[in-house]
Design a protein around this ligand. Structure first.
Ligand SMILES: [Zn+2]
Length: 275
């Protein structure tokens, strides 16, 4: 069983630990990101919302969502990406969940339909408007991520947002009314101008930047020359599996899609996607 177990805890109950979140950053000190909750609540923090998140190593963990950052002696703010790259897997899972609940909580303090204040529903991860009965759940945005393959070659691209030098797979959000398979074909066509076929679903990963669910595929090249989408793609090309550029972080599904394909071409054991 994982160290981190999400569940809906009643924020009216005292005690436990808390993480402090503001815009994908967490308050941190030399002991980490978990602070005694009752002590924190005496620190005059600008708290927007409080939600019970679940249990970490058996202890109750709550979220304090702030409306602005707050300086506390001996503490600093660390980004979620730093925990993705350098933190332990259980802490990243907790913070990945916390950031999504925090973002959702801060965006749904008021009803988008009638403007009244919303309240958390007891025993459920939902916000409710007593005025118009609107009920809202944490938002997930499905998106596809795909490695386009051609024998010993893979198609990798750079977005202007990437770390310098790093090349990755293609990705994009599923639009209303389309299937994820249709999204794969459409996005590859839009971003690099090539046609793909023989899609193979490879697995999924929750991606909390800010609330995606990535559905991963391999797709075989069918036809066309690379034509890069202006503003979205800075560079794209075919890379041989024996000579790859710098790649994304090892915990990402992007890297997993590449590593699995390379392992298959080289006849090596396939890596397992971190859960
Ligand atoms: Zn309402």
């Amino acid at each position: 069983m994982s160290v981190w177990q999400p569940s809906v805890l009643d924020a009216a109950q005292p005690g436990g630990w808390a993480v402090v979140h503001f815009k994908q950053h967490f308050l941190s000190d030399s002991n980490g990101v978990l602070f005694p909750r009752e002590w924190l609540k005496k620190q005059d923090l600008p708290i927007l919302a409080e939600h019970g998140l679940g249990h970490f190593a058996g202890d109750m963990v709550y979220l304090l969502e702030l409306g602005q950052t707050f300086d506390m002696p001996g503490c600093n703010w660390q980004s979620l990406r730093q925990f993705l790259l350098h933190g332990d897997a259980d802490t990243f899972r907790l913070l990945s969940y916390a950031t999504q609940i925090g973002t959702w909580a801060s965006h749904h303090r008021f009803c988008g339909s009638c403007g009244s204040a919303m309240q958390p529903v007891h025993g459920e991860r939902a916000m409710h408007c007593a005025q118009c009965e609107l009920r809202l759940y944490p938002r997930l945005s499905p998106s596809m991520i795909v490695l386009v393959t051609r024998g010993d070659e893979v198609l990798l691209a750079r977005s202007p947002r990437f770390v310098p030098g790093v090349y990755s797979t293609l990705a994009g959000f599923v639009e209303a009314g389309e299937s994820v398979e249709h999204c794969v074909v459409r996005e590859v066509r839009e971003e690099v101008g090539v046609e793909v076929h023989n899609l193979q679903y490879m697995g999924s990963q929750g991606w909390p930047f800010p609330h995606s669910l990535m559905l991963g595929f391999h797709a075989e090249y069918a036809s066309g020359d690379i034509v890069m989408q202006v503003d979205e793609i800075e560079d794209a090309g075919w890379f041989n599996v024996h000579d790859l550029p710098p790649l994304p972080a090892t915990r990402s599904i992007a890297r997993h899609l590449i590593d699995v394909y390379v392992a298959r071409r080289l006849g090596q054991p396939e890596p397992v996607l971190p859960s």
